[in-house]
Design a protein around this ligand. Structure first.
Ligand code: AMP
Ligand code: MG
Length: 424
């Protein structure tokens, strides 16, 4: 049985649900979730963005033979770098090796990818060789032994791991698996994530506008971010602020999904039933995080039958949803997906604005990164940084991360930026 949230909290020095740093949140979540068990085998074309379930050991070396990296002439490099005058005695083609014997003073015309003829270890590029009839002249100092030859196993060595479990299979990794002749691959199960929006003022698309109501944008941002992560998304729509409806939604989500994400209804002043229902159905902590935007967040587990789903109750504000997702939900889901955790790459850019800030909380400001006249990266603000201003997320290409201990940044100072590339 998993530890309760209280037990996890006890192990973490200074754990205070009422005031948590962003780092403390990440540490807590690391303790809270484990990678999903199991694996399935999929054809390579369906493996893109899945997570490798086991190490892949090269069944053979790639390339399987020493071969030429150039179109040119293959020779024995032992008498280099002195000038050479060689007789061409044959041709080696890619896919059609030259089998004959090569004696001193001879060379073989060779194409890129062709197996190096026996005893030859160096290739001169066609355009550098002076060719006259069947003779090739190579100027002194032009070439060293071993030039333009690809070594057997220089890409992958037989018996060595080609890819490690926990690798996300991007286009390069899929190509690498294909180079090993593997038509299928064992991957982790896809993470099932159920999402619903809460709040009586939230309209589903297609509903008529009414005073005080807003269309549900969180459902679409969350759906997009989950899809980009490679999760299977169970869309559960908008759930009214009604105990029976909320209970039904949480139970249905917990019965089907590995993770439940909701938005709205977790802030301190909320008069609705969302928090009460989370508390009733699960082991849930209500946090106040020292960050902006996105201070309130609920985290926990909801059990249904013999299953238990991880719960993230995100704040309602559209920017806060995206920021808390990127900062906390994404790394947690990646861990559950079996991905080897990698810190988010942060770029350094020079701030073009004064960024006012007090130490003691992490702030995420919407930034536009570009290059200045000196070729350095610089970052400007998108304007209104309100946590409901979703257009700021559209204009931005990254989040400026002002770390917990950081104070006000002056114009021209370097700041960290978390780029959106591929996530948003
Ligand atoms: P809450 O966290 O429920 O207090 O919501 C904070 C703000 O976010 C309110 O202005 C809500 O109207 C807005 N909000 C909550 N849920 C959504 C949603 N699904 N789509 C758009 N805005 C939302
Ligand atoms: Mg609300």
């Amino acid at each position: 049985m998993s530890e309760t949230l209280a037990q996890i909290g006890e192990q973490l020095a200074g754990y205070d649900p009422q005031s948590l740093s962003a780092d403390a949140v990440l540490t807590f979540l690391e303790h809270m979730v484990k990678p999903l068990a199991g694996a399935e085998t999929v054809p390579l074309f369906q493996a893109l963005d899945r997570v490798l379930a086991a190490d892949v050991i090269s069944p053979f070396s790639v390339p399987p033979h020493d071969n030429s990296a150039m179109d040119g002439y293959a020779l024995d490099g032992r008498s280099l770098p002195a000038a050479q005058n060689l007789q061409v005695v044959g041709t080696a083609l890619a896919g059609k090796a030259w089998q004959g014997e090569v004696r001193p003073g001879q060379c073989v015309k060779i194409m890129t990818g062709a197996i190096m003829p026996q005893g030859l270890d160096t290739v001169i590029a066609q355009e550098l060789a002076q060719v006259q009839g069947d003779r090739v002249h190579i100027a002194a100092g032009l070439l060293q032994a071993g030039d333009n030859r690809r070594l057997c196993g220089e890409d992958l060595m037989a018996g060595q791991p080609a890819l490690l479990a926990g690798t996300r299979l991007g286009p390069a990794a899929c190509g690498l698996l294909a180079s090993l002749g593997l038509a299928q691959v064992a991957v982790r199960p896809r993470l099932k994530v159920a999402y619903f929006s809460t709040g009586d003022e939230i309209l589903s698309l297609g509903e008529l506008p009414r005073e005080g109501a807003v269309y549900d944008s969180n459902r679409y941002t969350v759906h997009g971010m989950l899809t980009r992560l490679g999760c299977e998304v169970l869309d559960m729509g908008v759930v009214r602020d009604d105990p029976a409806l909320l209970e039904g939604a949480f139970r249905q989500a917990a019965a089907q999904a590995d993770v439940i994400i909701t938005s709205g209804g977790v802030s301190v002043g909320e008069a609705d039933f969302t928090k009460a229902m989370m508390k009733k159905l699960g082991d849930v902590a209500f946090w106040r995080i020292a960050m902006r935007p996105g201070r309130p967040m609920a985290v926990g587990r909801i059990a249904q039958g013999d299953r238990s789903a991880v719960l993230f109750g995100l704040p309602g504000n559209p920017v806060a949803v995206m920021v808390t997702f990127l900062a906390f939900v994404r790394p947690t889901l990646q861990r559950m997906m079996g991905l080897t955790p990698a810190p988010l790459p942060l770029l350094k850019a020079r701030s073009q604005a004064v960024l006012r800030k007090k130490p003691g909380r992490t702030e995420y400001q919407r930034g536009i990164v570009s290059r200045n006249g000196q070729g350095e990266l610089q970052v400007s603000l998108t304007g209104n940084q309100g946590s409901g201003v979703l257009s700021s997320m559209v204009q931005a290409n990254g989040l400026i991360v002002l770390h917990h201990a950081q104070a006000t940044t002056q114009v021209g100072e370097w700041v960290d930026v978390m780029m959106f590339d591929g996530h948003i």
